[in-house]
Design a protein around this ligand. Structure first.
Ligand code: ATP
Length: 302
């Protein structure tokens, strides 16, 4: 069984709840302040680890109290933190979220995540059978260096290009499996896509983006499930009918679960069905990190 190596962001999400959002220059009294471990890298590593994969998270924390709390949380999830660095150069990545009247505003300060470097990933002992996972909340040259190393070791590379930003063909060519939602796919392909678009159109756009003949593109479609383009083959993974209460982190759960399955040498179709089921469990619970299911919970619904 291979290992999952996630190079990515770690944030503390600080959530303030209030009856209404303040206007510019105004102060309002709120009700609660809540602290949630977040960041796409951390969320995906938590998902993979809870699902039983041996998981290593490569990233950076600041030398501050959020950094210490996050380290304790991630260690408690069974994640190997041997390649996690603490830096005095920046504060721990933080998202300031205001929730009022079912709407939110978010300010994200990347902080230490912006300092994850090519040197940080160059020491990772990737071997054949491992899965290297990344997202767009750390510098792109770092991801490219990580994937080049993974390729040299014959490990599988899995990219979740979120939050969406344009990136070069050179990085895309290093990707074995691309996981993105329909909005991100539309953005990268230079066309507009919505969740009501037909499967044939979504697959057509995915095919335009495909960088090499063996590349797999998985388009997540919320409650509609997933559309996969694997090489020349295309197939849907139908969404599971559940009562969603909070979809935050559904995409991260899907990515972590897929990586865990691939590290376990599970064939792609079975791995996608498993990841789809895992993500459908996560949307039935509040929060991102705390909503990630265990392997037993996923097995129970499959
Ligand atoms: P987020 O940014 O909220 O984490 P995303 O846009 O990256 O999400 P989605 O496509 O919304 O990702 O969801 C990822 C996967 O989670 C879906 O492909 C599906 O497997 C599962 N999922 C999401 N929403 C639902 C739902 N309402 N019912 C069942 N499964 C869901």
């Amino acid at each position: 069984m291979g290992r999952v190596y996630v190079a990515g962001s770690i944030n503390m999400d600080v959530v303030a709840t209030a009856d209404r959002h303040p206007k510019v220059g105004e102060t309002v009294a709120g009700q609660q302040v809540l602290y949630f471990p977040g960041g796409k890298g951390a969320n995906q590593a938590v998902a993979a680890s809870r699902l039983g994969a041996r998981t290593t998270l490569i990233g950076r924390l600041g030398k501050d109290s959020f950094g210490a709390e996050l380290k304790a949380f991630l260690g408690g999830q069974g994640i190997d933190l041997g390649y996690l660095q603490e830096t005095a150069q920046a504060h721990t990545g933080t998202a300031i979220i205001t929730v009022a009247a079912a709407d939110n505003t978010i300010v994200v300060i990347p902080g230490s995540n912006a300092l994850v470097s090519a040197d940080d990933v160059s020491v990772v002992p990737l071997v054949k059978g491992d899965v290297a996972v990344s997202q767009f909340e750390i510098p792109l040259p770092t991801i490219a260096a990580f994937f080049r190393r993974a390729r040299a070791a014959e490990a599988t590379t899995l990219l979740n290009p979120a939050p969406a930003q344009k990136f070069g063909r050179e990085l895309l060519e290093l990707v074995d499996i691309l996981v993105l939602n329909e909005t991100e796919l539309g953005f990268l392909a230079g066309t507009e896509l919505s969740d009501s678009d037909e499967a044939v159109r979504i697959i057509d756009v995915a095919r335009q983006l495909q960088a090499h003949a063996d590349q797999t593109i998985c388009v997540t479609l919320g409650k509609r499930g997933v559309l996969a383009l694997a090489g020349q083959e295309e197939f849907p993974v139908p969404g599971r009918v559940v009562k969603a209460v909070d979809t935050t982190g559904a995409g991260d759960c899907f990515v972590g679960a897929l990586a865990a399955q691939l590290a376990d040498e599970v064939p792609l179709r079975t791995a996608l069905a498993f990841a789809n089921a895992a993500a459908s469990i996560s949307v039935q619970r509040m929060g991102a990190g705390p909503s990630m299911p265990t392997a037993a919970e996923v097995a129970a619904v499959l």
